[in-house]
Design a protein around this ligand. Structure first.
Ligand code: GLC
Length: 796
């Protein structure tokens, strides 16, 4: 396997680690590690922060967003007998190391460096089920003399909402203590920024935070003033040159945590010290967890269990294609990003969050379909509980406080029926539709089917007099925030999206013998299709929207933003365009929107802010939704191309989005090459090709899905597993291992005639499979759970 080496790093041999070989990457290159509740971010310089359950409302350690400085972290300082000082993670001291390497892996990061003859290996990870992070620091004496090394940990307590912009206010409520038996600094706060039934912000932060070390510290400090020094700095704190720290604790401080340990090492001797940071429910639990993870055996077994859990999740789908960069992303990194970053962590460096986006995490939860579909089901239930009785939903809501935002963005509610359909295709588990959930404003539970139809029916009410869906303050594209504020403007993309959902849900209704709904949805779909194809057609392609004034945007009549991507790709995905139009609009996408970095969301970018379009037009031209490659939206162009049988095109679109390919020019792309970015700047930007907003992007789950389902063509359908590859003709073949309804399918695809799509022979467990359907409609039935099957598909 290729390792895609650049001057900043490369993948490990098995592809499961990204190895950064210099701390000076063009931007922070981070890992977002979460166990589903507790989480940490770690940058290649040792920067980052910790949280439990909610990265914004329940932040443990302070951190401020600054992608250039990256100067907030949980740090370890080392001082030798001569007074040389350095950090285990490079920052904040930034000594020039003799060796440095940061390995970001699945569920852990390790920073190894060598300074002044001492090698340190700092491994950070989280056990599967405890709200705690482990920092295992191994120190090796590589010099010829015996050494005495002082080790100081350091970070600042946040304990609640972050950023705590009014620190002088917030620090008044924090209290620290030291428990010498468990070597733990304990921290509590008597205020939490979560409203209670008796008033706003009048409750304790309900946790006890702790920081401890396996060795007995010789001293500690929880006071920023004595540790850093009034005129000290993070790079050279006053405390690090003191013989022992000041042991300040209690109230009235600016609270930090620092433990001082001393390690003596003979030449070539190595010792390990384990630090932990955690967020317990009580003081007893804090002490118990601190002690539990002082034990090297407990830490070792927690690490092994963590790896087993990730392997289990990632190994349910494995691909082997002629493209190593695709294999790396599909087998490891996209799934990891979607689960650890987007669903569990819901935070990163460019966007620190914690909330659930109604449409965002529902789309992300499609990643679970092939891994553990119950989790998609749980996500559907969670979102159903955040729907209102009239069918509308929160745009986002905060777990813990349950505060949410309602707005006039029109597509949010429809992602529930959309993902429900995907869940049903995968599992055929129709009983979910009869499971009941309440609404935000109605405690009487109703079926999930009712939740979905309420969403669809609400959308059908919000149509213009000429039969197109209203755009309100946005469709999928949040940046179109002012197009239809007067509830007159219309969205063509939303029409295509609704059409898709009407087709899917009329079949679901039919299956439930709900003939009225089935009929209503299919006749509505017919009329909508007709309207989209008459009013929505701009001559050569579909325009984007109409403003409240009736003026078209995303149209050839406009000089800026004259062609949009989503109304083209979804005309195909939503089965709105006939085949002649589909070919035509895909030509337009290839000619006008495809650039070397992927498919642009629109072109050309808006240069002048338009208050009747929205904040999209206020971004610098070429950035994000304003004429950049908005990677989440761009993944849909892969589906559209594959649906038309354009294998070369689908693969090209995919490859351009693949961060490994973008990252081959790291000084231009700047972002991490192992996870997707949210956006890549378009040709109207001076920084054409620069990536940003990494990790926290809906593109991760979608890129995985389009790669597996539409390029490799292995996708779930009601009647079984469909095999419909759409690949570049140069490929000789590929393999996919995938679990489907409890059975394992080992699929080999051969392409002796070098075609792009179409199956001429299909063999299942050595038997020729019946070939009644067309070359692109081959479906293998589902098998008994626990069985394993071989499938050979010959294209041609
Ligand atoms: C952001 C939002 C997402 C939206 C997209 C496009 O990523 O989180 O919900 O669809 O922007 O504007």
């Amino acid at each position: 396997m290729k390792n895609f080496k650049t001057k900043y790093g490369h993948f490990s041999k098995d592809g499961k680690e990204y190895v950064i070989t210099t701390p000076r990457t063009p931007r922070p290159w981070i890992n977002v590690i979460s166990n589903g509740d507790y989480g940490i971010t770690v940058s290649q310089t040792g920067g980052g922060y910790s949280w439990r359950t909610h990265a914004q409302l329940n932040r443990l350690t302070r951190w401020d967003q600054d992608l250039i400085k990256d100067e907030w972290g949980k740090y370890i300082y080392l001082r030798d007998e001569k007074g040389n000082v350095w950090s285990a993670g490079w920052k904040p001291v930034c000594n020039k190391p003799d060796f440095y390497e940061c390995r970001h892996g699945v569920g852990y990061s390790v920073i190894t460096s060598k300074n002044f003859g001492i090698e340190t290996e700092l491994m950070m990870f989280l056990p599967n089920a405890d709200p705690v992070e482990i920092w295992k620091l191994t120190i090796r004496n590589r010099s010829k003399k015996s050494r005495a090394i002082n080790i100081y940990s350091f970070f600042e307590w946040a304990l609640g909402q972050s950023p705590d912009w009014h620190r002088e206010f917030h620090k008044s409520f924090i209290e620290t203590d030291y428990d010498s038996k468990s070597h733990s600094i304990l921290a509590t706060k008597r205020l939490w920024e979560v409203p209670t039934d008796r008033g706003h912000w009048n409750t304790n932060w309900p946790y006890v935070a702790f920081h401890s070390s396996s060795l007995t510290p010789i001293s500690f400090d929880t006071n920023k003033e004595t540790f850093l020094g009034m005129y000290g700095s993070q790079a050279m704190p006053a405390g690090v040159s003191k013989k022992t720290l000041d042991k300040k604790k209690g109230n009235w401080l600016d609270h930090i945590a620092s433990l001082q340990n001393v390690i003596n090492l003979k030449p070539n001797e190595e010792k390990t010290i384990i630090f932990n940071v955690g967020c317990a429910d009580s003081k007893e639990q804090a002490i118990q967890l601190a002690k539990k993870y002082h034990s090297a055996e407990n830490v070792e077994s927690a690490f092994v269990q963590m790896q087993e859990r990730w392997n289990q999740m990632l190994n349910t789908v494995e691909v082997s294609t002629p493209d190593d960069s695709m294999n790396l992303m599909e087998n490891t990194w996209l799934k990891y990003q979607a689960i650890s970053g987007r669903i569990w962590g819901r935070t990163a460096y460019y966007q620190t969050g914690g909330a659930f986006g109604f449409r965002d995490q529902l789309q992300d939860s499609q990643i679970w379909l092939m891994i553990d579909p119950i989790r998609t089901k749980n996500q559907l239930h969670l979102h159903a509980r955040h729907q209102f009785n009239d069918g509308t939903v929160y745009h986002w809501w905060h777990p813990m406080s349950e505060i949410g935002l309602r707005n006039q963005i029109m597509d949010n509610l429809l992602w529930m029926p959309f993902v429900m359909n995907a869940y049903l295709q995968e599992t055929k588990n129709y009983s979910i539709l009869d499971e009941a959930e309440p609404f935000v404003d109605n405690i009487t539970p109703e079926s999930m089917y009712a939740h979905c139809t309420k969403a669809i029916d609400k959308s059908l009410e919000r149509f213009s007099s000429r039969g197109l869906p209203l755009i309100g303050s946005g469709d999928w594209n949040d940046g179109l925030s002012a197009v239809g504020l007067d509830m007159k403007g219309e969205s063509i993309w939303l029409g295509h999206f609704i059409h898709r959902i009407l087709l899917d849900f009329s079949s679901i209704a039919k299956r439930r013998n709900d003939a009225n709904v089935a009929e209503r949805y299919s006749s509505k779909a017919k009329v909508l299709k007709e309207t989209l194809n008459t009013i929505g057609w701009d001559g050569d392609y579909y325009f984007g929207a109409t403003k409240d004034s009736g003026v078209k945007i995303g149209s050839k009549e406009n000089s800026e933003g004259s062609v949009w991507l989503n109304p083209q790709t979804w005309a195909i995905i939503g089965q709105v365009s006939d085949s002649a139009r589909s070919e035509k609009i895909m030509d337009i996408v290839e000619q006008k929107l495809e650039k070397e970095i992927g498919t642009l969301l629109l072109y050309p970018a808006y240069k002048t802010p338009d208050k009747n379009v929205g904040y999209l037009t206020r971004y610098s031209p070429g950035m994000r939704e304003n004429g950049g490659v908005y990677t989440h939206g761009a993944t849909w162009s892969v589906i559209a191309a594959a649906m038309l049988g354009r294998g070369e095109t689908a693969y090209r679109f995919y490859s351009k989005l693949n961060p490994i390919n973008r990252g081959k020019n790291p000084d231009k792309y700047v972002a991490e090459p192992y996870v997707t970015s949210g956006n890549i700047e378009g040709p109207n930007s001076k920084y054409f090709g620069r990536g940003g907003w990494t990790w926290y992007s809906g593109s991760a789950a979608w890129l995985f899905k389009v790669g597996l389902e539409w390029i490799l063509g292995v996708r779930a359908t009601e009647n079984g597993l469909q095999i419909d590859p759409c690949i570049p003709s140069a490929w000789k073949g590929f393999n996919v291992k995938r679990t489907f309804r409890g059975a394992v399918y080992n699929i080999e695809v051969k392409n002796p005639d070098h075609v792009q799509c179409g199956i001429k022979e299909l063999w299942v467990d050595g038997q020729r499979h019946c070939m009644t359907k067309g070359p692109r409609e081959k479906i293998i039935p589902s098998f008994e759970q626990g069985t394993s099957h071989t499938v050979v598909a010959i294209l041609g």
